[in-house]
Design a protein around this ligand. Structure first.
Ligand code: NAD
Ligand code: ISD
Length: 435
């Protein structure tokens, strides 16, 4: 039975950054194996819903850790460091008591330390039994295989003048709709909320992006729920949606992309590990309830202190920065470096068309929302969420520089106090105030 000191289970961003941290902190050849069902070594997943759809990103160009300012870790990097990277290797059973993983091939691997980085998968409309949801031509986007299928479908739709429908107005919905429109397709974006990215955007912020989508020819259908798909020969050809009044509408579609959220891949560990917040409960070292077993990235429910209240609760964060940092945290803990407890400041970013934004902290409904900058021309604008006593608990900036992002992060991290009246002027002027 092949045996390793450490096995990293999963091949997402976190796997690449864990390997980097192990190497930087003293790993011996032969000690680490990474096991993934994907055919590729770890890559920077955020590219899939952005540059990949425009033909700008392709492997091996975006292997980790290029997104985090590190070396591009192509397969030779791992072999050169004595790390076994087992691709096309799906784990079908994890026996944590025996410290053994069983692969689909029947092979069993054993370990001393296990890092679980199994990530998340898209929620599928088949799970809510939407009629026709299993037709071909309905795409989800999570990995390179999905992105390749979508790129091929875009090429066909471009040739045939096909119409694209995107379901969901969150990260995937916004980024993919922008990608499809940039490819020249006719796009309709259908979502249940009253505005785009409703889990973060204020109506005022959303309005700026919605004007842009409108100008780019993307039709938005808000407050709508997809109730069925029609098709012929197993291939989707239409979408039915219900509007807020309950009326059902019918749209032609040759290509559908669904982005209605993700769920953590925890099934292998149910009944063996303590769970929380839809993921695996970990402590500040990313250690789970079973000694020697760690969890990182999207699956980890870790102690996160609220910026607004200071209250600590177990939370999952589906973001690449957390994948990178939590992976490094687990690696250091396993190497016995006793890192200080994981201290994470929520961060999100996105790029759509020529726009690009960053957000740090949290966006509580109760906070005062103060908008600033040029929201008419969509140049450099943003919003601050001010909590008790004017504490900056969330900061959003569109069109700023990398240095501006550092300023925003610092303002939230140190809990800068500001009065709403003081937040005036251009985006640059407000960023200067946050220093
Ligand atoms: P999301 O939570 O961002 O958005 C889900 C959207 O689907 C929302 O608009 C929601 O109202 C809508 N929705 C929910 N149920 C629906 C239904 N039954 N019918 C129609 N719409 C429905 O999730 P996502 O966009 O699918 O992204 C999934 C994950 O992918 C994210 O959590 C994130 O980790 C990752 N992602 C992040 C980025 C980024 O950070 N820039 C980009 C792409 C993907
Ligand atoms: O920032 C992102 C992004 O674009 C994603 O797809 O985070 C997610 C995932 O990489 C988190 O696992």
């Amino acid at each position: 039975m092949p045996s390793y000191k450490i096995i990293f289970l999963g091949g997402g961003n976190a796997a690449g950054y864990a390997a980097r941290a192990f190497v930087e902190n003293g790993l011996n050849a032969g000690e680490l194996a990474i096991v993934t069902e994907e055919p590729y070594c770890a890559y920077e997943r955020p590219a899939l819903s952005k540059g990949y759809l425009l033909g700008a990103a392709r492997l091996p160009g975006f292997h980790t850790c290029v997104g985090g300012g590190g070396e591009r870790q192509a397969p030779e990097w791992y072999s050169g460091k004595g790390i076994a990277y087992l691709t096309n290797s799906r784990v079908i059973k994890a026996d944590l008591a025996k410290k053994a993983l069983t692969l689909e091939s029947g092979e069993v691997l054993s370990y001393e330390h296990l890092i679980i980085g199994t990530g998340a998968r898209p929620i599928r409309l088949t799970e809510s039994a939407v009629p026709g949801a299993n037709l071909g031509g309905i795409h989800y986007l999570r990995d390179v295989k999905d992105a390749d299928a979508l790129v091929a479908a875009i090429a066909v739709a471009k040739e045939t003048g096909g119409k694209a429908i995107v379901v969901g107005g969150g990260y995937i919905g916004m980024e993919v709709a922008a990608g499809l429109a940039s490819n020249g397709l006719t796009v309709t974006l259908i979502f249940p909320g009253s505005h785009l990215l409703s889990r973060l955007f204020t109506p005022e912020l959303a309005a700026v992006y919605e004007r842009l989508y409108d100008a780019k020819g993307v039709k938005m259908v808000k407050g709508a729920k997809v109730v069925g798909f029609g098709g012929a020969d197993g291939k989707v050809s239409s979408v039915d949606y219900k509007d807020a009044t309950g009326a059902v509408h019918h749209l032609e579609a040759s290509l559908v992309v669904v982005g209605v959220g993700a769920q953590a891949n925890v099934e292998l560990f149910k009944g063996q590990l303590e769970m929380a917040a839809g993921g695996i409960k970990v402590d500040g070292q990313m250690a789970t309830s079973v000694p020697g077993v760690f969890a990182v990235g999207d699956v980890a429910a870790f102690p996160l202190a609220s910026v607004a209240t200071g209250q600590v609760s177990l939370a999952r964060q589906e973001h690449v920065t957390h994948c990178r940092l939590s992976a490094a945290q687990a690696a250091k803990a396993i190497l016995g470096l006793s890192p200080p407890p994981y201290d994470y400041l929520p961060y999100f970013y996105s790029r759509v068309f020529a726009l690009s934004w960053v957000f740090y902290g949290e966006a509580p409904a109760k906070a005062a929302k103060v908008h600033f900058g040029d929201m008419t021309e969509a140049k450099c604008f943003g919003c601050l969420w001010l909590g008790t006593g004017g504490k900056v608990v969330g900061a959003f900036l569109e069109g700023g520089s990398a240095d501006d992002a550092v300023v925003l992060k610092g303002a939230v991290a140190k809990g800068l106090l500001l009065s709403a009246e003081a937040v005036t002027g251009s985006g640059a002027a407000v960023v200067a105030q946050l220093k």
